[in-house]
Write a protein that binds this ligand. Structure first.
Ligand code: PLP
Length: 410
């Protein structure tokens, strides 16, 4: 008799999804001619860049010739891509990084969800709230979250609550977690940390022997020169931080799947029994060898092409397109006298409900402006009272959404 991991039964978010689907269905039946504008998505809408397409086409042909065919690639990724990453994302910013510190993967979601494989179940996890739910759910299924309490908080998770009075940047924890997930620029609040703010977290982590897991998926969207693109821009972060990066949002790779994880040589964990320190880079290498393959050669060539001059220019154009959407939405929200954060260093805008309830704001945007938003409940207990608007949308649709927002107060 096979017993299941029943933790998987505890993480269903179906209620919120079903409620949205129901409302959308009812609306489309009653208003068959009205177009609903979807600003609820965390997925990109622009096609892949010409550089990425060219690189894939030529590598497909290589795979079809006996002289250039390639079978199984290195577990950590091909050196050509790792070298492009080290030069393009780190050395270009004056950050020291060695190729053996980079692990190419199929993206941030799986790495963030799997990093727990190399960490003991007894660790206490600190997580931003609201947040991308993979951080919480992967720890629930990994038996690290404790029990779900009435207020929808997991008993063994330290919630780092982001509230508007502090600009959605939480205070340092009063209860010390062993591991902290940070994600900046943030999904869903759209907020980024300044160099001074991120330095505070790194110093706290060093003083308290906390491991920082830093999700920098939205790094390409940063506009403010005072916002670090990598946690390794902060002094001594190499001792305590793992960084996750993805080509999903910056280059539209959500359908291709490619990203990477950086584990500097210095980052250590400790053995539960002996207290002996172990390098996490070695442990992750073992884990990857047992469980993982890097993305296909074709996709790694596509990722490499993003680092050429032409590739960088094209990625910049996509990012600018989305951030123009974000700027238009911000002006329309200002005109509608709605309070929000984000939309400057991230493609998300976190809008506060004037009535205190996410669903009430969701419903008003939906029925009056025919705009679909993402209710805050999708992102954890502190999401109540907000909706997330996404700039990942067609620009004409965003313009239409902005004109419809003029009806919000009527
Ligand atoms: C979209 C998103 C991801 C997903 O990254 P993939 O590389 O596509 O797996 C990771 N983290 C955050 C915060 C996201 O919003």
């Amino acid at each position: 008799m096979a017993l299941i991991n029943s933790q998987f039964l505890k993480v269903s978010q179906d209620a919120v999804e079903q409620e949205i689907a129901k409302r959308v269905n009812v609306f489309s039946v009653l208003n068959p001619k009205v177009e609903l504008i979807r600003l609820d998505s965390g997925d990109v809408t622009l096609p892949l860049t010409p550089s990425a397409i060219e690189a894939m086409l030529s590598s497909v042909h290589e795979m079809g010739r006996d002289t250039t065919f390639r079978g199984r690639g290195p577990v950590r990724g091909y050196p050509f891509l790792i070298d492009a990453i080290v030069k393009g994302d780190f050395r270009s910013r004056g950050i020291k990084m060695q190729p053996e510190e980079v692990f190419v993967s199929e993206g941030t979601k799986q790495d963030v969800a799997s990093i727990g494989d190399i960490l003991c179940k007894d660790n206490r996890i600190g997580v931003l709230d609201p947040i991308f739910q993979t951080y919480i759910e992967s720890n629930v299924v990994g038996y690290r979250a404790g029990i779900l309490e009435k207020d929808k908080h997991w008993s063994n998770i330290v919630y780092l609550t982001a509230t508007p009075d502090k600009g959605f940047t939480p205070d340092l924890p009063t209860e010390r977690p062993d591991v902290i997930f940070l994600s900046y620029p943030n999904d869903p609040t759209g907020v980024a940390l300044s160099k001074a703010e991120l330095t505070r977290w790194v110093e706290y982590a060093i003083e308290n022997k906390v491991l920082v897991l830093f999700d920098a998926t939205y790094e390409a969207f940063i506009a403010d020169p005072d916002v670090p693109h990598s946690i390794y821009e902060i002094k001594n972060a190499r001792k305590v931080a793992i960084e996750f990066r993805s080509f999903s949002k910056s280059a539209g790779f959500t359908g291709l799947h490619c990203g990477y994880t950086v584990i500097p040589r210095e980052v250590k964990g400790y053995s539960l029994y002996s207290g002996r320190s172990i390098f996490l880079n070695d442990l992750w290498q073992r884990r990857q060898t047992i469980k993982n393959n890097a993305p296909s050669y074709i996709i790694q060539r596509a990722a490499e092409a993003l680092y050429t001059e032409q590739g960088k220019k094209e990625v910049r154009q996509s990012v600018d397109y989305y951030m123009t959407n974000a700027a238009m939405l911000r002006s329309a929200l200002d005109a509608a006298e709605l309070k929000y954060s984000g939309g400057v260093n991230a493609p998300y805008i976190w809008v506060q409900s004037p009535w205190g309830s996410s669903w009430e704001l969701f419903e008003r945007l939906f029925s009056r402006c025919r705009i679909l938003s993402s209710p805050g409940e999708r992102f954890g207990p502190s999401g109540e009272g907000y909706v997330r608007l996404s700039a990942f949308a067609n620009q004409n649709q965003v313009m239409l959404a902005c004109s419809r927002l003029a009806d919000f107060r009527m």
